[in-house]
Write a protein that binds this ligand. Structure first.
Ligand code: SF4
Length: 468
């Protein structure tokens, strides 16, 4: 089965470098640190990992912050499959510069998000003008940006997960999906006072839904077929060898009720593993409430679910398949099952008001049993239907891409000002995610402390041990 991978050729050279002459890098860990023009991100750690919670715990006191040290999925998959190039994972700027100056390479391939596009453009200019690189290639969500400087400074854009197209670009064979190797994505996590190492697994990349604000349906339309089952078994064995017993399925929308996923559940049970996953309400509910109970009985103890909005008109307008009642009923069941629940939520959708957002905050804390919520301000990511709509209506006013992190309002909202949006974001992150304000978070902290003292065992304890 072929992967749907796409390359846009901006210069028509079709130059084929030898593999060892290619340098591949993510954004540098110290990006924008000294810059007055760009926002410094919280999502990259000083030791060179991605912090999956970095942007979401910004308004918590130090002792309540939660974080991960997570490898870059995209770069790790490339490195495991495309052999020959040199890969730099969130390097220091000085290390990237040293490699660029070494004269060993003639192609630089950068992986960037929308917010790191200004860095990628500056680096591309330096690579060509200062160090004489023949070509600079770009991958990651940044390729979707209609920024004129992209065609000026890059030669090729790689869309989606690009192992096959990269392999061909360096003169090798395409890679079929069943031959893709899964990298080690062991992730250190500190969550609600507990340290753990989780084995991240992506058995199917991309998503077949079409939410109007989401980058993935544009970056990787329709998603990909599943990786081979034997490869997933191999990576589970690898994690077991490393004494990792908690697995996190990080597919964009994990479908755990399929025949294929059932085999994975059996494979995990055989290895005495428990699991959590990132998924959507419709995928979780594919077999109704009984299906959720069955997953729970088979070891599912934490979930990251896309809530995104509690407002029906926002859900309809953005093509979300979940509906409020469906979400409320499911959350109640998850609460009864004591599954630790992290959700994602976007504020400042078109029909949001300050009052509606504050009301949603109170519901999350008091009615829905949410433990932690990853809040963002809605942004019309370049390339998405929402972007083209807002651009044509001239609603976008902030063209500094480094601010497109979900921490700023970059478009003209009908009722909420950019300052109000930032204040609301701070309030929600500080209250919903805090043991001081949210009793769901508090009970888990208390259970953890009691379990440390060996005087009390709460039902949540096993979950806490495993949770990212
Ligand atoms: S379900 Fe999630 S990953 Fe899929 S299109 Fe919607 S927001 Fe994107």
């Amino acid at each position: 089965m072929k992967q749907q991978q796409k390359v846009t050729y901006l210069s028509q050279s079709r130059f084929t470098p030898s593999p060892e002459r290619v340098l591949v890098s993510t954004v540098c860990r110290d990006v924008y640190h000294d810059s007055r023009d760009h926002s410094k991100p919280s999502s990259i750690t000083s030791n060179g990992f991605q912090n999956g919670f970095g942007e979401y715990s910004t308004h918590l006191p130090e002792e309540h912050k939660f974080f991960t040290n997570q490898p870059s999925y995209g770069l790790s998959f490339l490195e495991a499959n495309v052999i020959g190039p040199t890969y730099l994972h969130y390097p220091e700027s000085s290390e990237l510069e040293r490699q660029m100056a070494s004269s060993k390479y003639e192609v630089l391939c950068l992986s960037a998000y929308t917010w790191s596009l200004p860095w990628a453009i500056e680096t591309a200019i330096k690579a060509k003008n200062t160090y004489g690189f023949k070509e600079v290639w770009l991958g990651g969500y940044a390729v979707m940006t209609d920024e004129p400087l992209i065609s000026k400074h890059f030669d090729r854009l790689f869309w989606g997960y690009s192992e096959s197209s990269m392999n061909q670009a360096i003169g090798k064979e395409p890679i079929e999906i069943q031959d893709i190797r899964h990298p080690d994505l062991s992730t250190y996590a500190y969550f609600l006072g507990k340290e753990s190492t989780i084995g991240h697994v992506l058995f199917q990349r991309g998503c077949s839904n079409k939410c109007t604000y989401c980058a993935d349906p544009v970056f990787n339309p329709g998603g990909e077929p599943c990786l081979s089952f034997s490869e997933i078994e191999r990576v589970l064995d690898h994690y077991k060898y490393k004494n990792i017993r908690s697995i996190y399925f990080s597919n964009q929308e994990t479908k755990m009720h399929t025949v294929y996923a059932r085999s994975i559940i059996d494979a995990m049970k055989k290895r005495e593993m428990r699991f959590g996953m990132l998924t959507s309400f419709p995928a979780l509910l594919a077999k109704g409430h009984d299906g959720i109970k069955e997953l729970h009985d088979n070891g599912m103890n934490f979930l990251l679910l896309g809530l995104e909005s509690l407002d029906e008109s926002n859900l309809t307008k953005t093509n979300r398949r979940a509906r409020s009642k469906m979400m409320y009923d499911t959350l109640k069941l998850l609460r009864d099952l004591k599954i630790i629940l992290t959700t994602t939520y976007m504020i400042c959708f078109e029909d949001d008001t300050v009052e509606k957002i504050k009301d949603a905050k109170n519901k999350m804390i008091h009615d829905l049993g949410v433990t932690v919520n990853l809040f963002n301000i809605t942004m019309p990511l370049p390339g998405t239907p929402m972007y083209w709509e807002y651009k044509s209506k001239q609603l976008i006013f902030d063209w500094n891409w480094s601010r497109w992190t979900g921490n700023h309002l970059v478009w003209k909202h009908p009722t909420i000002s950019p300052e109000q949006a930032v204040e609301l974001l701070a309030e929600l992150r500080a209250e919903v995610n805090s043991p001081v304000h949210n009793p769901n978070v508090r009970s888990i902290w208390q259970a953890r402390q009691n379990s440390h003292n060996n005087i009390y065992t709460h039902d949540y304890d096993n979950s806490i041990l495993m949770y990212p």
